[in-house]
Write a protein that binds this ligand. Structure first.
Ligand SMILES: O=P(O)(O)OC[C@H]1O[C@H](O[C@H]2O[C@H](CO)[C@@H](O)[C@H](O)[C@H]2O)[C@H](O)[C@@H](O)[C@@H]1O
Length: 360
């Protein structure tokens, strides 16, 4: 795909085969600013103005061209379900921008009750997990459904089902559950040792950014989000500089870019893709021929999961985006409302399969 279609900046770290990543050199502030500007693609503007109309048409043509490579999961629904016929579907979904629309205030990113019902129904028929950059508790607070698995901090805070394989049981990162939510599950937190460091950086960031109007620091337990969606663009350098100055003292933390957010996270070889593989294994769904994982997400961190599915040639990634983006996904959906239609369609399809099975 042409790089001009990509709103993403190049990855900031090099992967090594060991469990930790090669520590990246801190990027100069100008690089950081460029990435901050490009990390949120512009929305389509509808205007009566002729110039905007022309620009809109051009953007639309680019989008249609992109859609031919990443067709809608709704129009391709039959293809997806034909492939799924004799398989067990496992569903993985991101939260922000996938189940809830992107809003200015991250504390108010509620999902609609119609979406909640759709997710509840889908979880009745397929093992379903939400894998978010938020803290696990926060996502649970938003979604409020007990029948799902919740994975927080971009895969670093994971609760898997009780049934798990030998390799997982012997892994030292797998500890006994302590809270009520996970009383029948296994808690897997591969970055536990980073907790005090993350808390320390959180406090420093709160202090250093307190005078930057509109900034917000969110503690996602194993990672932090520095939001600048509501910060005047003239102050973006200040915010980038604050993060840069603080991280100078923490070589084991890295900064990545999300949608109008700078993310701070441990340099550790574990991401949403690893979380998907872990969940599949612990759900006993690692028989490739018998199962079909579907991952729906909108964020650059979801690309790690799309990549796992694409490269291992199992399952489908579905990117939620209304603008062309470079992606490892197979299909696309425009926005959370299309995600909801897709989830409802899956339920309808499954019910019809069950009906056919019963009558035969
Ligand atoms: O993996 P996700 O569930 O997609 O989480 C990624 C980040 O999502 C949230 O931030 C984004 O959504 C906010 C609410 O719509 C929006 O205000 C913000 O600009 C977006 O970046 C969340 O607040 C972050 O902590 C997550 O890392």
């Amino acid at each position: 795909m042409s790089s001009s279609l990509s709103p993403y900046s190049p990855p900031s770290a090099t992967f090594s085969s060991t469990s930790y990543l090669t520590i990246p050199r801190r990027k100069p502030i100008n690089d950081c600013l460029d990435a901050m500007k490009s990390s949120s693609p512009p929305c389509k503007k509808v205007s009566k103005d002729i110039i905007f109309d022309a620009a809109f048409e051009e953007a639309d043509a680019v989008y249609r061209n992109w859609m031919s490579k990443y067709p809608s999961a709704l129009t391709s629904f039959e293809q997806i379900t034909n492939y799924a016929k004799d398989k067990k579907i496992a569903l993985f979904m991101d939260y922000d921008g996938t189940l809830s629309p992107i809003v200015d205030n991250p504390d108010l990113a509620f999902m609609s009750s119609a979406m909640r019902t759709a997710v509840k129904h889908v979880a009745k028929y397929f093992p379903t997990a939400i894998i978010s950059g938020r803290s696990r508790d926060k996502v649970y607070e938003f979604v409020g459904l007990k029948e799902l698995y919740y994975v927080g901090s971009h895969g670093l805070d994971l609760v898997g089902p009780v049934k798990y394989s030998e390799s997982i049981a012997t892994n030292h990162n797998c500890i006994s559950p302590t809270d009520e939510l996970v009383s029948t599950a296994n808690l897997f937190q591969t970055a536990r040792e980073f907790l005090p460091m993350i808390d320390e950086v959180f406090r420093s960031l709160i202090e250093k950014t307190k005078d930057i109007k509109g900034s917000k620091i969110e503690n996602n337990k194993f990672c932090l989000s520095v939001h600048y969606r509501l910060v005047d663009e003239n102050s973006w350098t200040v915010i980038a500089q604050c993060v840069h100055d603080i991280l100078k003292n923490y070589p084991r933390l890295e900064q990545t870019y999300g949608m109008k957010v700078l993310e701070i996270r441990p340099i550790i070889n574990w991401n949403k893709g690893d979380a998907v593989e872990f969940m599949l294994e612990s759900l006993g769904l690692n028989d490739r021929g018998a199962m079909l994982p579907i991952y729906i997400g909108d964020d650059r961190t979801d690309e790690d999961a799309f990549k796992v599915l694409r490269e291992s040639n199992r399952g489908y990634g579905i990117l939620v985006s209304s603008v062309p983006k470079e992606t490892y996904a197979h299909f696309s959906l425009k926005d959370p409302s299309e995600v909801m239609v897709f989830l409802r369609s899956l339920v309808r399809w499954k019910k019809s399969q069950i009906a056919v099975y019963r009558s035969s």
